[in-house]
Design a protein around this ligand. Structure first.
Ligand code: Z5A
Length: 212
């Protein structure tokens, strides 16, 4: 155990922007520097959270109300914070999280049109003061993102949405980045993988320089 709180890094972006592809690069970077980390994701990250994730992604006969979707996302997050994120940060580890609450503002807020104020209230209720220290947002034209994602097989409940939904989600992320430039770095995910990695590296170096 260490007295120093860990570092909370989140990776965000709409469909097919390359989060899964690039997260391994991020964890390799941390390993090379001997940084102890926990890799996790949302929705999910815990046994119960992964069950909620299945509920959220599966296509059901009965349609899911937008409010149900919002509350499920935050239910999974409450469990995730309690079992994984808070303990890891308290132990001085880095937490590398594939999506977090920015995804809720982007998908349920900008995408579904739910009240940003309500989402903010749930954020405060579930997280208290906790926010990511650094958020890397992979940005890509949703047409290209969906093309990339569609090569992976059957589409989940979100991937079946209209292109206009993903345009709103993308804009939602860009709005967050504009409102919080200290925390968020936007990375152009249309570039080649090699160049995306170079940009990620620069953002990570900058993030690290703030805490060392
Ligand atoms: N959701 C929500 O609504 N509200 C919330 O609060 C939260 C989540 C937390 C599950 O997330 C869903 O939950 C998500 C939003 C919702 N919507 N959906 N679906 P997810 O993160 O598991 O789902 P995802 O967006 O589909 O992420 P993914 O599967 O991890 O995809 P990705 O990471 O963005 O893409 P990838 O698999 O790394 O890459 C896709 C393909 O592109 C692959 O073949 C790569 O080789 C290729 N690729 C990647 N980068 C490049 C570059 N630079 N050039 C060319 N090709 C590339």
């Amino acid at each position: 155990m260490t007295n120093k709180r860990g570092f909370f890094l989140t990776l965000e972006g709409a469909e097919g922007v390359g989060k899964s592809t690039n997260i391994e690069f991020i964890t390799q970077y941390l390993e090379q520097r001997g940084i102890d980390y926990v890799l996790t994701r949302e929705p999910g990250g815990t046994q119960l959270g992964e069950k909620i994730r299945e509920l959220l992604l599966a296509v059901h006969e009965e349609s899911m109300s937008e409010l149900t979707e919002l509350l499920l996302v935050f239910a999974a997050r409450a469990q995730h914070l309690d079992k994984i994120i808070e303990p890891a940060l308290a132990a001085g580890k880095w937490v590398v999280c594939d999506r977090f609450t920015d995804a809720t503002f982007a998908y349920q807020g900008a995408g579904r049109g739910l009240s940003m104020e309500t989402i903010g209230e749930l954020e405060s209720m579930v997280q208290g003061e906790l926010r990511p220290d650094l958020t890397l947002i992979l940005d890509l034209d949703p047409e290209i993102g969906m093309q990339r994602a569609s090569n992976r097989g059957e589409l989940d409940r979100f991937e079946r949405e209209q292109m206009s939904f993903f345009r709103h989600v993308r804009q939602g992320y860009l709005d967050i980045a504009q409102a919080e430039p200290e925390r968020c770095t936007v990375i152009d995910a249309a570039k080649s993988l090699k160049d995306v990695k170079l940009d990620l590296l620069a953002a990570l170096e900058q993030g690290l320089s703030k805490i060392t």
